[in-house]
Design a binder for this molecule. Structure first.
Ligand SMILES: Nc1ncnc2c1ncn2[C@@H]1O[C@H](COP(=O)(O)OP(=O)(O)OP(=O)(O)O)[C@@H](O)[C@H]1O
Ligand SMILES: [Mg+2]
Length: 328
């Protein structure tokens, strides 16, 4: 059932009250509509009623406008765009001010809780990835290396009819080791821990180019971005997802990744391709990649924009907060 708006209800009640009161007053005053004076009085009453109702309508609408505006803000608040707040309205009454302040406080609390829990989830996810990558590297890869060595030792003394089979098995073991290391690298880039963000990104871009046979160029502006561990991971993951999108969707002929440690307070990373560009209906069939990138950027106190590359293609621009820069 459709409910009537509070403003309409108040206006209806006021109308009933005014008309009822005037009707009761005219009955009490024994208004005689048969006489000219009575008719005149009646018309004055009708005009007074209409004027009262119009004034009432006007005043009520003005009084309810701040509530209407607050409701509209509440309807369009999006927690993935932090910082949205209901603004003070002219003619706001004390209770609406209280409601607005309570709403803004609730938003601030929700934003901070959301940021806290999303950061915790991301950190836990990264820690788990690091653990799995370590296990893959230390346990499974070591076991495969041992298998490979034993195969090599067996091949030396094996009868010639088994030589080809053993060589093929050795080749497969070697291939499995390579794939495993690639997987471990994707799960947790050791280069990030060992050499820092820029070398890790450079390696990532080079491996991307080799894997997909797309010329991929990496450039940094000579300053070394001073980012926290979490922010570095965010940058690395965003570049990873953007490159994966390029490989899957862009049909690009070349790719460029640039890191600008710019002005000491923020680091800008851009990943651009010259491919087909974003289709307008990407929201409908798209996955969670772009949303995840935005979310990560937000948690690192930054922002992410996806814009068309001049001349065709797509550019992902990530800006994150830095602690300063140093010479590279
Ligand atoms: N570089 C790009 N060039 C062209 N289209 C792109 C590019 N990056 C993203 N898109 C479009 O945007 C959509 C959404 O990307 P998103 O990363 O969110 O999802 P996905 O890659 O389809 O799935 P997922 O990342 O969850 O595995 C893609 O389906 C694709 O149509
Ligand atoms: Mg994707």
């Amino acid at each position: 059932m459709r409910r009537t708006a509070l403003l309409s209800q108040v206006l209806a009640v006021n109308t009933l009250l005014v008309v009822g009161t005037v009707f009761a007053a005219s009955v009490a005053a024994r208004l005689d509509l048969g006489e000219a004076a009575g008719t005149r009085q009646f018309l004055v009453l009708v005009a007074a009623i209409l004027a009262t109702l119009l004034a009432n309508n006007f005043i009520m609408r003005r009084r309810f406008a701040p509530l209407e505006s607050l409701t509209r803000t509440m309807e369009c608040v999006d927690l993935t765009i932090p910082g949205m707040r209901a603004q003070h309205q002219d003619g706001e009454s004390a209770d609406i001010t209280r409601l607005r302040q309570a709403f803004n406080l609730m938003l601030a609390r929700l934003e901070s809780e959301r940021t806290g829990s999303a950061t915790a989830v991301l950190r836990a996810q990264e820690a788990e990835r690091a653990r799995v990558a370590r296990d893959l590297h230390d346990e499974v890869n070591q076991a495969l290396a041992a298998v490979s060595l034993r195969l090599a030792a067996t091949a030396e003394h094996a009868p010639p009819e088994f030589a080809e089979e053993l060589a093929e098995t050795q080749r497969l073991a070697g291939q499995a080791m390579q794939e495993l290391l690639g997987l471990a690298r994707e799960l947790r880039p050791a280069a990030l821990d060992d050499h820092g963000l820029l070398p890790a990104l450079r390696t990532q871009v080079r491996l991307f180019g080799e894997r997909w046979s797309i010329p991929a160029h990496f450039a940094a502006d000579g300053t070394r971005p001073l980012l926290g561990e979490f922010e570095q991971l965010v940058v690395y993951r965003v570049v990873q997802e953007a490159l994966s999108n390029i490989a899957r969707h862009a049909q690009a002929k070349k790719v460029k990744v640039t890191v600008l440690g710019c002005n000491g307070t923020q680091v800008k990373v851009s990943i651009s391709d010259d491919g087909v560009g974003l289709s307008p209906d990407r929201g409908r069939d798209g996955g969670s990649g772009l949303v995840g990138m935005r979310e990560r950027a937000l948690l690192a106190g930054g922002r992410l924009e996806v814009v068309p590359t001049p001349g065709g293609g797509t550019t992902v621009e990530l800006t994150v907060r830095a602690r300063g820069t140093g010479a590279s």
